[in-house]
Write a protein that binds this ligand. Structure first.
Ligand code: HSE
Length: 440
């Protein structure tokens, strides 16, 4: 088979860019043997051309001049790995307008500006491939778009942030403190340049916006998604939840609810320890999807880091060069907001079970006081835990789990409970997510 030469331009020579360069340079022969495409890294653009990187580019490839890439008409594919939204958006738009197809891992940009970017791509008869934007090396976008094309997707539950999963796993399994676990994730290169995006749940929300848009076939905006991060999670809550049979994960959830509505949320979630997602540890990601025909399918793999993400980027480069991406992109039927406004559930109407920790004074009748508040809001307790010993100010932690109830009932009850002088500090409230399991 005659080989086709494919020149690739790369903007952003950071962690993922380095991985992409390594793959293209070191695996060009095996990629050519498999696909008939000889990938050539023709131009790599970065503002920092001096920093040492663990890959040696051919002479003359690295430049700080983006115009060099833009004006080279032999480069048909431009890879944007700059991250962020401002410069990256201009880079993608310019590459599309210069007649190049775009490959990107930039979830923040797509979550905010997909519509504008897609329109520019369509106007220029180009495509954007973005497999690497969600769940690192897991080909989840292609799975939803093609592998599950025959299904109505009814729900997805995803662990889509490697940093958060690494932190929660280390807090659970190694008894590390939050800050210790975060520092380790940063050292391993999973975390974003600003890790606030990871731990606040923002990065997971970006990925959920992209995945839910494709799964539910309409434009999902970031403001549609309820987001709560893991910053306030303590080892104690992980331990108490563990004693009650639960494991803590940051889940990105997209669900069809009644009357064709959609629930979209990212929040710390207690799931039962025997759930398959509970066994996903470290920087691994997993997405469990429920389809009308297939039932439950789960995709698992490395969700962050240099080479797993590079794997998805290079797969997209190959798909673009083979012409597959142009076809799937042209069939990406995301109804813009001016055509279809999805009905998104408000978090206050969510029906869930809850884990609630109350630090209460160790005195007679205290539990009767706050359990009356729960009863007044029609919240029924399903489990309870109290250890002997004292917290701050002679308080003792009492943990309860509830039967299903509306979020607004819990919010109102907690507000009222805080007024009791027998309770110390803010009660901790974590949703318990009962993920259906598809067993034979
Ligand atoms: N910071 C992200 C994560 C990288 O931890 O998952 C991959 O998107």
């Amino acid at each position: 088979m005659a080989e086709k030469n494919v020149k690739v331009g790369l903007v952003g020579f950071g962690t993922i860019g380095t991985g992409v360069a390594k793959l293209i340079l070191e695996d060009a022969d095996s990629i050519a043997a498999k696909t008939g495409l000889r990938l050539e890294l023709a131009c790599v653009v970065d503002t920092d051309t001096l920093a040492p990187r663990p890959v040696k580019l051919p002479d003359g490839v690295l430049t700080d001049d983006f115009n060099k890439l833009l004006k080279d008409n032999s480069i048909k594919i431009g890879v944007e790995l700059v991250g962020g939204t401002d410069a990256a958006k201009q880079i993608q738009l310019k590459m599309l307008e210069a007649g190049k197809d775009v490959v990107t891992a930039n979830k923040a940009l797509l979550a905010e500006y997909a519509n504008e970017l897609y329109k520019t791509a369509q106007a220029n008869k180009r495509c954007i491939a973005f497999e690497a934007s969600c769940a690192g090396g897991i080909p989840i976008i292609s799975a939803i778009r093609t592998g599950l094309a025959a299904n109505n997707i009814t729900a997805m539950y995803g662990i889509v942030n490697g940093t958060c999963n690494y932190i929660l796993s280390n807090m659970t399994l190694k008894n590390e403190d939050f800050s210790e676990a975060l520092a380790a994730a940063q050292k391993k290169g999973f975390a974003e340049a600003d890790p606030t995006l990871d731990i606040s749940g923002g990065d997971s929300a970006h990925k959920l916006a992209i995945l839910a848009s494709i799964a539910f076939g309409c434009e999902i905006k970031l403001e549609d998604i309820f987001v709560e991060g893991i910053e306030a999670i303590s080892k104690d809550d992980i331990r108490y939840g563990g004693e009650m049979g639960y494991c803590l994960k940051l889940l990105a959830i997209g669900q069809r609810t009644e009357n064709n509505r959609i629930s979209l949320r990212v929040h710390p979630s207690f799931i039962t320890k025997d759930n398959r997602l509970a066994k996903v540890d470290g920087s691994f990601n997993a997405v469990s999807i429920f389809g009308s025909a297939v039932g439950q399918v789960m995709y698992y793999g490395r969700g962050a880091g240099m080479m797993p993400t590079a794997s998805a980027v290079v797969a997209d480069i190959i798909d673009v060069a083979l012409g597959n991406s142009a076809t799937t992109f042209s069939h990406l039927n995301l109804k813009p907001r001016n055509e279809v406004v999805p009905l998104i559930d408000k978090i206050s109407t969510l029906v869930s079970r809850f884990y609630i920790k109350i630090m209460c004074k160790d005195q007679p009748g205290v539990i009767a006081q706050w359990s009356k508040v729960l009863a007044d809001h029609r919240i029924s307790i399903s489990g309870a835990l109290q250890h002997e010993g004292y917290g701050p100010d002679n308080t003792v932690p009492v943990v309860i789990t509830t039967h299903p109830t509306q979020q607004k009932n819990v919010t109102a009850a907690l507000k009222e409970m805080k007024k009791l002088d027998t309770i110390g500090g803010e009660p901790v409230c974590i949703r318990i997510v009962d993920i259906p399991e598809d067993y034979d």
